[in-house]
Design a binder for this molecule. Structure first.
Ligand code: SF4
Length: 476
């Protein structure tokens, strides 16, 4: 029997979505790989570094294996390479997959023995067979196939027995046809929106003992009328089968204008949903190429928010700070908007040029990147650090703006006030409490983002890059 160890790397001291303890969840992609591994020949173990460590502080490997599989987001890549180095020093071959392996397979190939680009499940058993006969290839291309392969459900039990997660996730769709300038989803999941069979999703939901479920995709509602109809069937199916979960997911504003869908979502236990609001300024949205929001129209955000509240759910808005065209006034404008409409959870991303996106190419061309000592500097590409110079404000104005947002939305007093406001608007203690807990956790993430910004200012790096590349703040 050979031993496979699957690893979710986590850079030491990193703070981000993994700090949202209320929804802390298993790396589902590893649970899928475990499910596709033949157990008659392989023993499988998992190391989730958000709770554990694969390599200790002295660079020593904390486990033994015949083969190691590592998944990696871009910000995890330096840690993934550190683990790979320690494995290979012990003669253990390493396979890497996940978003960073897709966008940077030439770089990753230097650190590991095999790379999987695209989705791994379809090529996994072949890869293991190659390994068993000593013929591991350098690259395996899983592509972006139809989602029939997801009829093999993830092995949640394996991860749960080791780490006792409170929440799990489920994938019902993949891919995105939009072309937002900053987003890597079309690149790492494909530009075609792919959907699982509704019945199979419902069967999986029924079978999983987890009460808390996140829909781990970018838009569970879909982009076309037929996809919207499929989403309605899914929610209706949950109601008809009596599947009641504490669930939430990611979607777009148009979902909240579909009252039939909202009704069934609420009955099936939906706590609310996360919408990439990004900005309330249409010029900024155009610059971001955020087509889905422009299609809805900023003037229709408010009715969407009201509809969600009217169904007892919460609105979780994700906004972007640091995008081009945003001036120092954007922070006050956004804060006022969020308070006026009682948006229940507000999380944000510092505008980030993820590798190989259109935004990344443009930032390289305009010589605006602050961090380019790769692979080490990938750690900063996490939406919690500023990684490029700002077009329409100074670094000081950006930091003051972020402090304004923190001061008016976060901290115990504000969070308590916002909890009461949520309760007033949606009348649901259950979902209001969920929003409050997410807010408490994001408070910690926010404080760390501020620390990152102070460190950047103190380093003098920002001014140096501005000076060296003859950059200036554009007039508003
Ligand atoms: S931000 Fe959302 S809509 Fe835009 S490309 Fe990414 S997943 Fe698609």
């Amino acid at each position: 029997m050979k031993k496979l160890v699957l690893i979710n790397p986590h850079p030491r001291g990193k703070h981000g979505e993994e700090d949202l303890r209320v929804i802390v969840q298993m790396p589902l992609n590893l649970a899928y790989i475990a499910a596709h591994t033949p157990r008659d020949r392989w023993e499988v173990d998992v190391i989730d570094e958000t709770m554990d460590e694969a390599v200790d502080g002295d660079g020593r490997l904390c486990f033994d294996a015949d083969l190691v599989g590592i998944t990696s987001l871009t910000c995890q890549a330096p840690r993934a390479y550190q683990i790979a180095r320690a494995c290979r020093a012990r003669g253990i071959p390493v396979v890497m997959g996940g978003p960073h392996a897709i966008t940077h397979f030439h770089e990753a190939a230097e650190f590991v023995d095999a790379i999987v680009v695209g989705e791994a499940e379809g090529v996994w058993s072949g890869l293991l067979a190659d390994f068993e006969r000593n013929g591991l290839r350098k690259i395996y291309d899983g592509g972006f196939p139809e989602l029939d392969y997801m009829r093999v459900w993830p092995d949640r039990e394996l991860l749960q027995s080791k780490y006792q997660y409170k929440y799990s996730s489920i994938v019902t769709t993949k891919g995105c046809p939009w072309r937002c300038e900053f987003c890597s989803v079309p690149m790492v999941q494909g530009k075609t929106y792919r959907e699982r069979s509704v019945e199979d999703v419902l069967d999986e939901m029924e079978a999983t003992p987890f009460r808390g479920l996140m829909f781990a995709e970018d838009n569970f509602y879909g982009y076309k009328p037929e996809s919207n109809e499929r989403a309605r069937q899914l929610f209706r199916g949950m109601v008809e089968r009596g599947i009641h979960k504490d669930w939430f997911g990611f979607t777009q504003f148009s979902t909240a204008h579909d009252l039939a869908a909202l009704k069934d979502m609420a009955v099936s236990g939906c706590l609310g949903f996360l919408i990439g609001m990004e900005s309330t300024d249409e010029a900024v949205l155009r610059k971001l190429r955020k087509g889905s929001n422009l299609k809805t129209g900023v003037e229709n955000y408010a009715s969407a928010i009201d509809n969600i509240h009217d169904h007892g759910m919460i609105v979780w808005a994700s906004v972007i700070f640091g995008a081009d065209l945003q001036t120092k006034d954007c922070f006050r404008a956004m804060t006022d908007y969020l308070l006026e409409h009682a948006v229940d959870v507000v999380t944000f991303g510092v505008h980030c040029p993820f590798p190989n996106t259109a935004l990344f190419q443009r930032m390289v061309q305009e010589k605006r990147l602050l961090r380019s000592n790769w692979p080490e500097d990938w750690i900063y590409y996490d939406s919690g650090h500023l990684t490029h110079t700002l077009s329409h404000m100074s670094l000081d104005e950006f930091i003051e703006g972020m402090e304004h947002v923190y001061k008016h939305l976060y901290g115990p007093e504000n969070l308590r006030r916002r909890f009461i406001e949520t309760l007033k608007r949606n009348g649901s203690r259950r979902t209001a409490m969920f929003a409050y807990k997410v807010g408490m956790d994001w408070d910690i993430v926010f404080q760390n983002v501020l620390k990152n910004l102070y460190a950047l200012r103190e380093s003098g790096m920002y001014q140096r890059v501005m000076r060296e590349n003859n950059l200036a703040v554009a007039a508003a």
